[in-house]
Design a protein around this ligand. Structure first.
Ligand SMILES: C[S@@+](CC[C@H](N)C(=O)[O-])C[C@H]1O[C@@H](n2cnc3c(N)ncnc32)[C@H](O)[C@@H]1O
Length: 212
């Protein structure tokens, strides 16, 4: 299907992408800590840990968490649209792959998954600050892409900045927005992050084809 986008929408997409590319070009972006957040560790290793299956990470950056998941038995596909980040993620994935971990890193747009080799279905989706920087007019496409690829009962763990943390074009995310954009999913948990500005961990369950 042909996409129709206004000039303003195209400008906004380009501005977001440029600002993210600049972060990676200028060195190590502030978020690239190399540390897997405890919220993901709890899901993978904690009491009631998920059974490893197929995972899709959106906006994987340099691949720390994709590799973490793969090292814990998940078959992982990770997507980011900044080439420099993808290169670094592939280097980490290569080292992990040599040790038996199953992780594939793709360069592409998380709101245009049909253009990538990511058919799924996936049991787990992980997004650490990607959705919250996506322009509003692309967010329904992002949600539809995940919904089409979700296994029954799939889990989605997302971390996002609240609105107004950054000046435009970085726009943030709210629980109400997720409830309205993710049809067929239930938002089962919202936990504030520990940052000095508003951040949230959101958990969604795919409900239309399976129980939450
Ligand atoms: C704040 S960074 C976080 C990166 C990584 N999740 C981490 O925590 O280290 C957001 C990431 O999402 C990626 N991103 C943003 N919009 C995207 C899109 N539409 N498609 C693919 N990647 C995107 C950016 O390139 C960037 O790597």
């Amino acid at each position: 299907m042909t996409e129709t986008r206004t000039a303003a929408e195209l400008d906004e997409e380009a501005a977001v992408r440029r600002s993210l590319e600049d972060y990676y070009r200028d060195g190590e972006p502030p978020w690239d800590t190399g540390v897997t957040p405890p919220e993901l560790v709890a899901l993978v290793e904690g009491p009631g840990a998920l059974t490893p299956g197929r995972a899709l990470e959106l906006g994987c950056g340099t691949g720390t968490n994709a590799v973490y998941l793969a090292r814990h038995g998940w078959r992982v596909v990770a997507v980011d649209f900044v080439h420099r980040a993808v290169q670094q993620a592939r280097e980490k994935a290569g080292a992990a792959g040599a040790a038996g971990a199953d992780v594939t890193v793709l360069c592409g747009d998380a709101t245009r998954l049909d253009e990538l080799d990511v058919s799924g279905p996936y049991d787990l989706f992980f997004d650490l600050s990607c959705f919250c920087v996506i322009p509003a007019h692309r967010r329904d496409a992002y949600a539809a892409g995940l919904t089409r690829r979700a296994a029954p009962g799939a889990r989605f763990l997302m971390f996002g900045y609240g609105p107004e943390v950054f000046e435009d074009p970085i726009s943030g995310v709210t629980a109400d927005e997720l409830r309205s954009r993710f049809a067929g999913w239930e938002l089962t948990d919202v936990t504030p992050g520990t940052n000095p500005f508003p951040t949230f961990w959101f958990t969604l369950h795919r409900t239309a084809d399976g129980a939450a």
